[in-house]
Structure formats: C-alpha cells, structure tokens
Design a protein around this ligand. Structure first.
Ligand code: 5GP
Length: 235
C-alpha cells in the first residue's frame, strides 16, 4: 500500500487513496480539537482509542443489520473504508439534554428526551456548523426529502443499538453525531463513532466520559478515552 499526501485532511483524521479504487485509507491522528478548532492539542494514542472504538461500533452495527463505510482495520489507527461522497450534514441524536441544546433552548441539562430528538447541522466550520432544516437541505440539493427521512430512520435505529450496548458498560448515551455519504445509489454511514463524537455520562456519578473532558478541562482526557475503549472492547 503506497502512502502519499492525504486527499483529505480533517481535524482528527486524514484520508488517503489506496491501490484499490473501492477502498480508502483513514488514519486516526492524535490531534484533538474543540470549538471549531479554536482549542487544539495532540494527545498521544488518542487516535488509537478512537479508531478502536469506532471499528468496534461499526462492526457491532453491521452485525445488527446497519451497514457503514467500514471495511476492516489495517493497523491500530488505520481503517480501510468504502469511498463515500460525504453529505455535509451532521445528524445528531439526543437522548438527554446537554451541550448546544441546553445553550440554545430552555432545556434543563440532564433532562431525558423521550422520544429522542434529532438535530441536523450544516457541516461548515467557518459558519460554526449552523443548525439546518429539511427544506434548506432539499433547497441546497444535499438530499431529497425521502433521503432525509431514510437517514433519520437509520439514525434512530443506530441510537437504539448504541444505547443498548453502552448501557451494558454503565454509561448513558447522552447524544452523538453521525455523518453519511453516497456510495453509488446508496447512502451509507461514514466518518467515525467515537469519544470525539458521542457524549457519554457515567450512570452513577454523571461524570463525562467523552470529549467534554477535553472541551471543559474536566480531567484526564486520555485516561477517560482508554477507560471507555477498555469497557467497550475489552482492549
Ligand atoms: P452539541 O450540538 O451539543 O455541540 O453536540 C451534540 C453531539 O454531537 C455531541 O456528542 C458532540 O460531540 C457531537 N458533535 C456535534 N458537532 C460535532 C462536530 O463538529 N464534530 C464532532 N466530532 N462531534 C460533534
């Protein structure tokens, strides 16, 4: 496998072409950022923990009938994926009020949301990922109304599956962000599902076990990421 310049370099992952046109190489780097990149650091091994959890959850979803771009792990921070044409919409599922929902609306932090609330954000750092609605998504030509409905249904199914598994390790899945992309005629789950993209609270102590530890200097970020990876994957 030849390694060249990335074809895409995000805030925490780099994407490379591979010799196989139907596979891309995603490297999980140790960079961690928050607040649209205004806060950034490099934390040794962070990429490994996120890659491990992401691969584990993509495999778990696949075993339960939800396909994604995930193909296999190449090494501990290198994921082989199907090439997707990413749709710049973040699909956020919320089970408990926290984060921007509490900042922007009169919810009390920690209030359960039943049924879960789906929020759609337009992925654009320069615009600070503004919330978007279905009409704007259709008007921008990003997805059809039917595609939005199908993505939302998939997101809720993923929520059910993730909640069940995360509950077993003593954590509450407060909220998480998904990204989807086009592969031929199909829309597939892409990106990652990791401590960077989920909010996880310890059921007993209500302490954060996710990127909020980094965002708000709540403690040892790497010890937290390692603990979640260990509880979830046994490694
Ligand atoms: P909030 O809207 O409260 O900032 O985020 C809701 C959930 O989606 C959190 O779990 C958060 O980590 C995730 N999320 C929202 N936007 C982003 C983003 O741009 N990148 C990542 N990695 N996660 C995000």
């Amino acid at each position: 496998m030849t390694e060249q310049e990335p074809i895409y370099r995000g805030k925490a992952k780099s994407v490379f072409r591979s010799d196989n046109p139907n596979e891309l190489i995603v490297k999980f780097r140790d960079d961690i950022t928050a607040f649209d990149g205004a806060k950034k650091d490099e934390l040794a091994e962070k990429g490994i923990y996120n890659a491990r959890v992401s691969a584990y959850l993509f495999e778990y979803l696949r075993a339960n009938g939800v396909p994604s771009h995930f193909v296999r792990m190449e090494d501990e921070r290198t994921m082989i994926v199907r090439p997707l044409k990413m749709i710049p919409v973040e699909v956020i599922v919320r089970n408990i009020a926290a984060g921007s929902l509490v900042r922007n609306y009169p919810f009390e932090e920690g209030a359960p949301l039943d049924p879960p609330v789906i929020v759609l954000d337009y992925k654009d750092d320069a615009r600070h990922d503004p919330m978007i609605n279905e009409e704007i998504i259709v008007a921008l030509g990003l997805m059809t109304a039917d595609e939005i409905a199908s993505v939302k249904k998939t997101a809720l199914r993923i929520n059910d599956l993730l909640r069940e598994r995360i509950d077993e390790i003593g954590l509450d899945l407060v909220d998480f962000k998904l990204e989807f992309g086009r592969h031929g005629d199909e829309i597939l789950l892409g990106d990652e599902i990791s401590m960077d993209s989920m909010r996880l609270w310890d059921k007993k102590t209500r302490t954060s076990m996710d990127k909020d530890v980094y965002r708000f200097d709540k403690g040892d970020v790497m010890a937290t990421y390692a603990a979640v990876a260990e509880r979830l994957t046994g490694a």
